[in-house]
Design a protein around this ligand. Structure first.
Ligand SMILES: [Ca+2]
Length: 330
């Protein structure tokens, strides 16, 4: 019968001075040690695919619960990789010290996991770290179920409406099945889900009447910080075959047109919200996001921006009134 390691969750709240961030530091990429005999071959690509699937599943679970999806941030996932390798040595929200690695722990606690985010000036309000250690074999759902049945709030964290961004990592550490290490700790799969709530971006602020102080205005922030490289994960990466092929099925048809209109509508609404013209919570809960290839493919009226002109050109192309995409106006 499988047991599972008790998992901790530590929440830590901090309000940082407002400063924009996201310098990408070269974090060491983890290596999975896979040894000998009957050990399953777990490749870096397998681990990457599992982490990507976890990100999709987390958002599916949030959607089932009426919550907005979370953006994946590559830099946060890099840090999750560092943390998941650390958790093989020390399963804790406190980072291992040199003494932990030498096998002679001195009782000193390392830094809290979120100290790195503070040092990197992440504009976050709250950070949570869900860790899981599982025996082999382990699927995404095995790890999720461990958090689901946890009595320590892991599931609440996944369903926290205030969370905005995540980083995900998984690692596999093959252990000698005859070793004391394995007898003490029969876990070979380690997962980390790093969840943060970002601050509001001070670049998008409005002065509105303050109902508590008649005659006075108060500042209201209308947009979250965007983090470098953030994207909404999809189960399959959409790879457009040509300009206008936004669904990546190599055909340009009315489905692509509708997809483009939805994207433009979302971008317009977002821009209106940032300017304080309207606020649409429902819209924020259903963001429309394109990957970099889709953005390139959406520029049907080739001018480097995506707007209603691109939709008009795409419509004309589908109707046969424009022969080639992208359409370049000379
Ligand atoms: Ca364009």
């Amino acid at each position: 019968m499988f047991g599972f390691k008790s998992v901790f969750k530590k929440t830590y709240s901090i309000v940082l001075a407002l400063s924009i961030v996201c310098c990408v530091s070269p974090l060491a990429f983890f290596t999975s040690s896979v040894n000998g005999d009957n050990a399953p071959q777990v490749t870096q690509q397998d681990l990457k695919d599992l982490a990507a699937e976890m990100a999709v599943r987390v958002n599916e679970i949030r959607e089932e619960n009426g919550l907005k999806p979370l953006y994946v941030v590559p830099h946060l996932s890099d840090y999750a990789h560092v943390r998941v390798r650390e958790s093989v040595h020390k399963f804790s929200h406190f980072r291992p010290t040199q003494a932990d690695y030498s096998g002679n722990p001195d009782g000193e606690e390392g830094e809290n996991f979120d100290q790195y985010l503070i040092d990197e000036n992440y504009p976050f309000v709250t950070a949570y770290e869900n860790l899981a250690a599982r025996p082999d074999p382990c699927t995404v759902d095995d790890a999720l179920n461990q958090w689901r049945i946890s009595t320590q709030g892991h599931w609440d964290t996944i369903l926290n409406p205030d969370i905005t961004h995540m980083g995900v990592a998984v690692t596999y550490e093959r252990k000698d099945r005859n070793s004391d290490t394995f007898a003490d700790d029969p876990y070979e799969w380690y997962w980390e889900l790093l969840l943060i709530q970002v601050q509001k971006d001070p670049a998008y602020a409005l002065l509105v009447d303050d109902p508590d102080n008649p005659g006075y205005k108060k500042r209201v922030y209308t947009s979250d910080y965007e983090l470098d490289g953030q994207y909404l994960p999809t189960r399959y990466e959409i790879v457009p075959e040509s300009t206008g092929d936004l669904s990546g099925d190599a055909i340009v048809d009315s489905f692509d047109y509708i997809t483009l209109l939805q994207y433009i509508e979302y971008q317009c609404a977002l821009s209106n919200m940032r300017e304080g013209k309207e606020y649409d919570e429902e819209l924020l809960n259903h963001p429309v996001s394109f990957n970099a290839l889709q953005i390139e493919a959406a520029d049907c009226f080739k001018d480097g921006v995506i707007n209603i002109n691109d939709a008009k050109v795409l419509q004309k192309y589908i109707l046969g009134e424009v022969k080639n995409l992208p359409y370049e106006f000379n």
